[in-house]
Design a protein around this ligand. Structure first.
Ligand code: NDP
Length: 242
């Protein structure tokens, strides 16, 4: 029996793309997976396919009550979360104009506040037994381009918050950030600015990196032993030198 068989991984945005592929990869590595997303039909089918105690929970990361309810189910039915993958995200690209104002708020709500909310809700479960948080950022969190300003801002924000959290939570919880480049998923299909959507969807047809490639990286990161670097050891006891 793999050591992972007693470990539970919670994955947000598990209904498609990188989240779905990560669910498959972690289930194959022996994790029990809790699949969170709004499209409940997709996650229910995936949980049935994966078996091994996988559960589907309809949840919207912009609605704290739904995340609290999801955490309650994970605690009750799976004994709590050991791994949290903050993957849910939207990429609503387009020129920076007032017409896109709903998109800006929505990206911040999902990509940044959604990850923060899901983490604070699950944090006590993750601390219980030595947990992992994996935040799915992007190359857009390192380098911004014309037309992706607010999306990049959410990923720059995610990176800054993750770095603080990483120092604050060690050694109880390990925080890892993954920054993929373009990955062939349905991410661009939700762009509301028609001309931008057409161009980006077209460009994504050329993309060769698959969600499975990213899932493999996530599974690899989780498989690494927890070792503190010297500067991290010097940060202990946690909090005093922050
Ligand atoms: P997908 O569109 O395939 O997946 C996005 C997931 O997020 C879906 O499962 C969707 O589920 C979920 N989601 C969206 N809004 C919410 C919400 N309010 N509450 C809960 N879940 C939500 O795209 P990807 O797999 O590509 O995206 C996954 C992550 O990877 C995102 O954070 C994205 O920014 C990041 N990324 C993607 C790259 C790419 O090129 N594809 C590159 C770099 C990073 P549902 O609609 O069912 O709720």
């Amino acid at each position: 029996m793999s050591n992972n068989e007693t470990r539970t991984a919670v994955i947000t945005g598990a209904s498609s793309g990188i989240g779905e592929a990560t669910a498959r990869a972690l289930a194959a590595d022996g994790y029990r997976v809790a699949l969170l997303a709004r499209r409940v039909d997709r996650i229910t089918a995936l949980a049935e396919e994966l078996g091994k105690g996988a559960i589907a929970i309809e949840a919207d990361v912009t609605n704290r009550d739904s995340i609290v309810a999801a955490a309650g189910r994970v605690q009750e039915e799976m004994g709590g979360a050991d791994v949290l993958i903050n993957n849910a995200g939207v990429m609503l690209l387009g020129p920076f104009t007032a017409e896109q104002h709903d998109d800006y708020r929505h990206m911040i709500d999902v990509n940044l506040l959604g990850a923060i909310t899901t983490t604070e809700v699950f944090l006590e479960q993750l601390k219980e037994d030595g947990g992992d948080i994996i935040n799915i950022s992007s190359v857009a969190g390192v380098r911004a381009r014309a037309g992706n300003g607010v999306y990049a801002a959410t990923k720059f924000g995610l990176n800054g918050w993750s770095e603080s959290l990483r120092q604050e939570l060690l050694p109880d919880v390990r925080v890892t950030v993954i920054e993929p480049g373009a990955v062939a998923t349905e991410l661009p299909n939700h762009i509301t600015h028609a001309a931008t959507r057409q161009g980006v969807v077209e460009a994504y047809r050329q993309v060769e990196v698959t969600p499975d490639d990213i899932a493999e990286v996530i599974a690899f990161a989780l498989s690494r032993p927890r070792r503190l670097a010297l500067h991290e050891i010097l940060l202990r006891p946690a909090g005093q030198e922050l």
